[in-house]
Design a protein around this ligand. Sequence first.
Ligand code: ATP
Length: 217
Amino acid sequence: MSTTVPPRPLRVGMFGGAFDPPHWAHRALADTALSQLALDVLHILPTGQAWHKSRTLTPSAHRVAMCERAFAGLRGVRVDTREIQRNGPSYTADTLAELAAEYPGAQLFLMLGADQLLAFKTWVRWPEVLQRATLAVANRGVNIGVDADPNQPSVQDLSAVDIPFIPLAMPLQHISATAVRAHVRGGSRRFPDLDVLVPEGVARYISEHHLYQHSSA
Ligand code: ATP
């Protein structure tokens, strides 16, 4: 007699960010999430009008092109431009509602860094986000600015966080997009080469398109 095993629900991740530019920590986070959470698909969502960022972002076409390069070769990754195309501010709750409709019965996961977890209760409709998705969090150094000393890492303290999340098992990555932009415009000499901070395709794209040479932050 043969028994049929019911198919397991699809495991779908979303990872949003300004990705201005995407860097090695973003790729490491996606790579870790794909394997640790056994994701079938991971949507990478460059933000449109990020409601929580005050600086003007680099035009979305560049950020999308850099995401294609930054996450290239990771199985199951889709660079998804829906938040850019959406009119008005973009909210994670809306994107999760769309993904839930597109993948009926799937288990949804939301990837984020520790700084975003600590700010999570400021997110629009955060209880709905929690209801729809399991949070998966990469820890992040507190000391991540341009002048950060990589020998003195100081990790975000998440012990007081009272919302459920899965910690992503990845080594701390002391990189931020702010530090990459500062490096390109010459504000930081800490790292010798851009491709220490960003995947090679992104480094080449930044250089070919003269990005971040005059950015203010
Ligand atoms: P910026 O320096 O411009 O604020 P960023 O480096 O934080 O940018 P984002 O595109 O804003 O990059 O980040 C997208 C997501 O990736 C966020 O959830 C953020 O917490 C996470 N993230 C970014 N850098 C790291 C890192 N070094 N370690 C862990 N998570 C990170």
